[in-house]
Design a binder for this molecule. Structure first.
Ligand code: AMP
Ligand code: MG
Length: 326
């Protein structure tokens, strides 16, 4: 058991965390998507601690984080011109590419696959940490498996208190609040395997031949997405935005005990007679979704989350709510 500490991102604290990682330990750190739980990819014992701490199934591979686009070359055996296009356009940022792995990448990181997931986070503290360590970090979200991903240090503390020594904060914690978008660039056809903070419409502007995996909602291609995910420990009902009516909402509301409706700016219904929280714009909904899940489980017995229209980051929000409702 550790006396887990939340650290401000001072140079001394970044060094302290880098030293901990160098010693084969695991620490949590902020990124622009969600908090990550990092370990040295070349230290298999350290990586195995990530699985143990998170209670993560061993067949669920990890995303490798590197400090710059140039460093992706140390991870991937081959990077196509299209993959470079995406890398130079969207990295650093919430984009993860699946590429053929270099032999040096241990199989524990890729869960036995010959491909590897890699990304460059767009967060100053994360980049400083990666630069200070000098090795890439395998870093899945810093939550217990199945729980909502952590978007502030307090969430990491809720799940991992006593299990790690340090949680490294940053001034601009998780401005997106949803995980990265994962694109498989290892095969013939670029394919989106997981929806995320980078909207697919934006990706399509750069690479018009990108496909969205037809199985994206059941996660056959992206091992991690097949598991129950992102869920608070109370019931979640998802109401699709295009099927929303006051009568359908009223019915679900009265079927539930001690429930709250998550609504947003696109919804024009009068909800004054319902317990509800307005999540605001689509961007705010994305940023605060996991956080509101964690708050609601302390106050309510169920959540009715109204989905958003499918544009921009909307489809990723709907995807997370649907996963949480299963
Ligand atoms: P997390 O970091 O918790 O968001 O989880 C990482 C996600 O990346 C999981 O859903 C994994 O299944 C996915 N992933 C990592 N490596 C690969 C890979 N080589 N092929 C397909 N998906 C991957
Ligand atoms: Mg995760």
């Amino acid at each position: 058991m550790y006396n887990t500490k939340i650290l401000l991102p001072t140079e001394t604290n970044i060094e302290l965390c880098a030293k901990e990682l160098f010693d084969g330990e695991v620490i949590a750190f902020a990124t622009e998507t969600v908090y990550g739980l990092g370990a040295n990819i070349f230290n298999t014992e350290a990586v195995s601690k990530i699985f143990k701490i998170k209670n993560r199934p061993p067949d669920n591979p990890l995303i490798v984080h590197v400090p710059s686009v140039e460093d992706v070359r140390d991870i991937a055996a081959y990077i196509s011109d299209d993959a470079y296009k995406l890398l130079y356009r969207f990295s650093p940022g919430p984009l993860t590419l699946i590429l053929k792995k270099k032999q040096s990448i241990p199989y524990i990181v890729t869960a036995g696959a010959d491909t590897v997931a890699v990304r460059v986070p767009d967060n100053k503290v994360a980049i400083k940490l990666l630069t200070a360590t000098g090795f890439p970090l395998a870093a899945p979200s810093a939550n217990t498996s199945t729980r909502p991903s952590p978007t502030c240090a307090k969430h990491v503390m809720e799940d991992l208190n006593g299990k790690i020594k340090f949680i490294l904060q940053s001034e601009d914690d998780c401005q997106f609040g949803l995980e990265s978008t994962i694109v498989d660039m290892s095969g013939e056809h670029p394919t989106v395997l997981r929806l995320g903070s980078l909207p697919t419409s934006t990706l399509l502007d750069t690479l018009p031949n990108i496909k969205i995996a037809s199985s994206i909602e059941n996660g056959v291609l992206c091992p991690g997405t097949k598991y129950r995910h992102y869920a608070p420990n109370i019931k979640v009902d998802y109401v699709a935005f295009n099927k929303l009516t006051l009568s359908s909402l009223t019915k679900i509301y009265h079927n539930n005990k001690n429930t709250v409706i998550l609504t947003h700016d696109e919804v024009k219904l009068d909800l004054t007679n319902f317990e509800h929280i307005n999540m605001g714009s689509i961007e705010c909904y994305a940023k605060n979704l996991f956080s509101i899940f964690r708050e609601c489980e302390k106050k309510y017995q169920s959540i009715i989350a109204i989905g958003v229209s499918d544009k921009g980051i909307g489809r990723a929000i709907n995807n997370r709510i649907i996963k949480a409702s299963k």
